[in-house]
Design a protein around this ligand. Sequence first.
Ligand SMILES: NC(=O)c1ccc[n+]([C@@H]2O[C@H](COP(=O)([O-])OP(=O)(O)OC[C@H]3O[C@@H](n4cnc5c(N)ncnc54)[C@H](OP(=O)(O)O)[C@@H]3O)[C@@H](O)[C@H]2O)c1
Length: 294
Amino acid sequence: MVVTNSTVALVTGASSGIGRGLAIALAQRGAGVALIARRHERLNDAAAAVEETGGRALPIVCDVTDRTSVEEAVAATIMHFGRLDLLVNNAGGGHMGTIEDTPQDELERVFALNVFALWYASAPAIRQMRSQKSGAIVTIGSIAGKMGFPGNAAYVAAKHAAVGFTRALRTELAGTGITASIAIPAGTLTEWAETIEDGAMLRLFEYEARRGAEIAREQGVDAYPPLPLLSSEEVAEQILIGLESRLPEIYTHPDSRERIREYEERQIDAEARLEPYWLANREGYRRIREERQP
Ligand SMILES: NC(=O)c1ccc[n+]([C@@H]2O[C@H](COP(=O)([O-])OP(=O)(O)OC[C@H]3O[C@@H](n4cnc5c(N)ncnc54)[C@H](OP(=O)(O)O)[C@@H]3O)[C@@H](O)[C@H]2O)c1
């Protein structure tokens, strides 16, 4: 899909990070953009940034885990702009916790946000796009939807489900003129890790990177170098390039596609190169838990 000034897009989770970056990048290409999130001040700020580019913005306060609110937000977008060409299922987030430590409410929250919400926004969007005989749905997955990571299993499993959702969606949309794709970002400098449990996830990531490299040296393991961190603007731009190229899976970071391919084709070898980071994560996780529960 090529974004033009007749395109109407709806971006969930547009009040910060990648979603905000996407809303602005879409507006710069001329699209009218509906922005969805819960924090109204941050949402209005993102909408103002869209308008500063000369773009058209419609901020809608909405919790994507509430199906009725999402259906109303999709209807409000169509009412305001007269059509809907692009849905970006971007809202998402994780939980810091091993499988033994994940409480039921967190498990349900992570799946509601990263998985169930895909149905809530996509179903009404597809109905509208079918009537237009065109459209595109892009879901923001993660490298965590393609391989395992420790201390964050609910998110890893939910992002794997997002890959399955997109694959199934592509089969249902065959011949309709509507496309579906999934973006696979790696580390992106957003609020993501900071907002999880008061920054605990960010501290865990930092510990893992530093200590993982140390363990690899101690053990003489040829560990993978960390993938580069990108800004949300860089990731948004890569996603739109992938959308315009009609890629089913959009890899936003250099080397990430190759890393996933190695993991899928030679998992045991790839895991040996990742293990120092997993061990470091386990150490860091224990430390953070002990600090919290002395
Ligand atoms: N950052 C990374 O390293 C990274 C890597 C791979 C994939 N991703 C994925 O990229 C996407 C965007 O993440 P980000 O890094 O940009 O995170 P972020 O800066 O924390 O932004 C998350 C966005 O989702 C919104 N959101 C969260 N819960 C919501 C809810 N229940 N209803 C409506 N909106 C909700 C937030 O807005 P409100 O709080 O205002 O509702 C915010 O706008 C996510 O799907 C994430 O899994 C991120």
